[in-house]
Design a protein around this ligand. Structure first.
Ligand SMILES: C[S@@+](CC[C@H](N)C(=O)[O-])C[C@H]1O[C@@H](n2cnc3c(N)ncnc32)[C@H](O)[C@@H]1O
Length: 295
């Protein structure tokens, strides 16, 4: 289900007076605990309606009669396979192109110009960015467009790893097709002209990201709570509007883990309502929600 559909489904559930499915406190507690254990996401009591709205279609599809039955199903022999669907339905995937524009300005004006010079002098030099919690791809595609614009042919030495837990979002990201109207509002006009093309899908006008931009990105499923199989360090990590959903302990753990995956002087971008208060010994603030790892 797309992020927009998920949100519409939640709103519909909120306005529905008589529930289609029985929804007990114990079912909500079970699902919230499962989500926390598997993803680090913390949901409090006021998210009960949201969770109902996001899972209701799944119950209909499986022809399951109550949330109690769904919880039992999750604990049974097919529970492992079903878990992926549960997590995909519950995660919040809100994103947009060039969200928090000042990060892309910093990338364009401060990070990329010296990298371009460096690559021209050292053709073997590799530049690596990780978009951690990339949702449906708007974040890594925004990074790639700025990179291509500033570095030109030197962008061939650059790689963006885009990871998320939600396999539906990754599929969407890989396809690189987005709603035309939204793109017109969020992607700068010159980038739209250079890095996207118009396509039609089910009678609707869409834009598709051009192949030279797509090629810069590798989409992979990765749960931030599990092992990180990447070898080599990153110059820049974007982890924006992801840690906000986690408890303080998980946020601290991730901030320290990111530091180990950054090259000396590497940069970590976080979301507008996130902070690295408990990791001030390892990061130096370089601007609003922009942090440099202390080597
Ligand atoms: C609100 S979106 C943020 C997207 C993008 N970074 C932005 O700022 O626009 C949060 C994303 O984090 C992902 N996420 C949540 N928990 C995760 C976990 N444990 N491991 C990996 N991704 C996770 C969700 O699937 C979702 O796509």
């Amino acid at each position: 289900m797309s992020a927009a559909l998920k949100s519409r489904a939640s709103k519909k559930a909120l306005t529905t007076k008589t529930r289609e499915f029985e929804w007990r406190d114990q079912d909500y507690k079970f699902l919230a605990k499962l989500l926390h254990e598997k993803t680090g996401i913390v949901l409090n009591e006021n998210k009960k309606e949201m969770m109902y709205g996001r899972l209701v279609r799944r119950l209909r599809l499986l022809n399951i009669k109550s949330f109690g039955e769904y919880c039992t199903f999750l604990q049974g022999p097919s529970g492992g396979e079903e878990l992926d669907f549960t997590l995909n339905s519950i995660t919040t995937n809100t994103t947009s192109f060039f969200r928090e524009m000042h990060h892309f300005d910093y990338l364009r004006d401060t990070i990329l110009p010296p990298i371009g010079n460096h690559i021209n002098q050292n053709p073997q030099h590799n530049f690596r960015i990780w978009s951690a919690g990339c949702s449906s791809g708007q974040e890594p595609y925004s990074i790639a467009m700025v990179m291509k614009n500033i570095l030109g042919s030197a962008a061939r030495n650059c790689k963006i790893l885009a990871t998320d837990l939600d396999s539906n979002m990754l599929q969407h990201g890989k396809a690189g097709r987005f709603d035309m109207e939204i793109c017109k509002e969020t992607i700068p006009r010159s980038y739209l002209a250079s890095y996207t093309k118009k396509v039609r899908e089910a009678g609707k006008e869409m834009i598709e990201i051009r192949d030279d931009i797509k090629k810069l990105i590798t989409f992979k499923q990765l749960n931030l709570l599990h092992d990180w199989p990447m070898t080599g360090k990153f110059d820049v990590i974007f982890c924006r509007n992801v840690m906000i959903y986690f408890d303080q302990e998980t946020q601290n753990m991730l901030a320290h883990r990111y530091a180990q995956y950054l090259k000396p002087n590497g940069i970590l971008f976080i979301g507008h309502s996130e902070s690295l208060l408990k990791a001030t010994d390892i990061y130096k603030c370089e601007g609003k929600t922009i942090y440099k790892v202390v080597s």
